[in-house]
Design a protein around this ligand. Structure first.
Ligand code: NDP
Length: 328
């Protein structure tokens, strides 16, 4: 009977427990495409799942891991045939459907996007769900009409995964980017990614005013809570903020003043159930608009067995940039 090594989460003593174990291939869930997983990544949500800090996993046992890149091994789906290179983000993988931290995954063909032709599986996972979410946020600002000539834009949680990719993308598109970080020691790293200004996190964590001095034409927020509330109050007339994260908290202690007095828009960014057409567009844009040298500079590679040490560190905000996980 074929089995493979996987990071499996099981129920234990009222909580959950994750371990590296052998998983029987016959126990993979239904799906019309089987993929040989080559790389995955460590996202904030993976940190929550592995540590059990939030109820991310809703089916047990669960193979953790919300995203992968790999090669199709078998397919009953008309769009895919063996040998095709594919990427998957979200759709409940690692939450309700067996996920990415194992050598094989069986999923719905409708969930897959093609690996961009010029990209390796490792590069795609260096981007991962964090980077693809950053791209979705940039696209939301663009649809709103935020352009470099409207003024500077801001990225919070700057030295993290979403933040690092967002800065690199926005800088390449010609924006003047302010990077908000609680790690001023990472200023050189952030400037190398293209940040024009470094803003200390505590400038945005105080009690939010309804309206503050207008500062940024747009923003990408990975932090939530008082940071997002302050960001809204500092957004220029007619500007927009794309909210995608909760690294600082789930609440939003804001007033409606920025919306009704400055016409500010707040866009919600969801990567998990995002429609397939927008995903394809995001991955095309990542192929053309993300500097690969910068991507390499933000990437650290680990093995499956290292996940357990890295998971609490991403929740503590200690990981810089992106972590790829070598699977194959
Ligand atoms: P990371 O841990 O890599 O980055 C988060 C960053 O936020 C940290 O590096 C740190 O940046 C900052 N931060 C951490 N804790 C706090 C705090 N208490 N107060 C203020 N800032 C803090 O995570 P990711 O970039 O992978 O993900 C960021 C967020 O986006 C997460 O909440 C994640 O769940 C969410 N997300 C949402 C998605 C969606 O579909 N909407 C998809 C992907 C991610 P610094 O040190 O520079 O201040």
């Amino acid at each position: 009977m074929a089995s493979f090594k996987a990071v499996v989460i099981e129920k234990s003593d009222g909580g959950t427990k994750a371990s590296l174990t052998d998983f029987d291939e016959n126990n993979l869930m239904d799906g019309d495409v089987t993929v040989r997983v080559e790389y995955s990544t460590l996202n904030y949500k993976d940190g929550l799942a592995i540590t059990g800090k939030a109820p991310v996993v809703r089916r047990f046992p669960m193979i953790a891991g919300i995203d992968f890149a790999g090669t199709v091994e078998a397919s009953g789906h008309p769009a895919w045939k063996p040998g095709n290179k594919v990427v998957l983000n979200g759709w409940g993988c690692g939450e309700t459907h067996l996920g990415a931290y194992g050598a094989k995954a069986r999923v719905k063909g409708d969930w897959l996007v093609p690996l961009p032709a010029s990209m390796s599986a490792r590069e795609a996972m260096a981007i991962g769900t964090a980077g693809y979410t950053a791209m979705l946020a940039v696209m939301a600002l663009e649809r709103h009409g935020v352009k470099p000539d409207r003024g500077p834009v801001v990225v919070t949680g700057a030295a993290g995964g979403v933040g690092s990719v967002a800065i690199a993308l926005l800088a390449k598109l010609g924006f003047s980017v302010s990077a908000v970080t609680g790690r001023p020691q990472e200023s050189a790293y952030l400037r190398n990614l293209g940040a024009a200004e470094i803003v200390e996190r505590n400038e945005l964590t105080g009690p939010p005013k309804s309206l503050a001095k207008e500062r940024w034409a747009g923003g990408i927020d990975a932090v939530g809570s008082t940071t997002l509330a302050n960001l809204l109050s500092m957004t220029r007339y007619g500007g927009a903020v794309a909210a995608c994260g909760l690294a600082g908290g789930m609440d939003l202690p804001a007033t409606v003043a920025p919306f009704i007095l400055r016409g500010v828009c707040l866009y919600g960014i969801d990567s998990v159930m995002c429609p397939i057409e927008r995903r394809r567009e995001a991955w095309k844009r990542l192929e053309s608009d993300l500097d690969r040298q910068k991507l390499a500079a933000i990437t650290t590679e680990i093995a499956l067995a290292d996940i357990f040490e890295a998971a609490p560190r991403i929740l503590a905000g200690e990981i810089r940039g992106r972590i790829v996980v070598k699977i194959g």
